[in-house]
Design a protein around this ligand. Structure first.
Ligand code: ZN
Length: 58
């Protein structure tokens, strides 16, 4: 993790709802649509539509 104290507070934290559980997942700052993250031990694809991030099971 490389967090810069100055940029962290001023940047918008990207979040999406987990496709498996019901919790909100914080996405990496450099996340891109189509990227994969892992939650609940399951890989999930990141999507970005209408200004909102989402996760779907791969
Ligand atoms: Zn989850």
């Amino acid at each position: 993790m490389s967090e810069h104290a100055g940029t962290w507070s001023s940047s918008v934290v990207k979040t999406a709802s987990c496709a498996v559980g019901d919790e909100v997942v914080m996405l990496p700052d450099d996340v891109k649509p189509g990227g994969l993250i892992e939650c609940h031990g399951i890989k999930q694809r990141v999507t970005y539509e209408f200004g909102a991030w989402a996760l779907e099971k791969v």
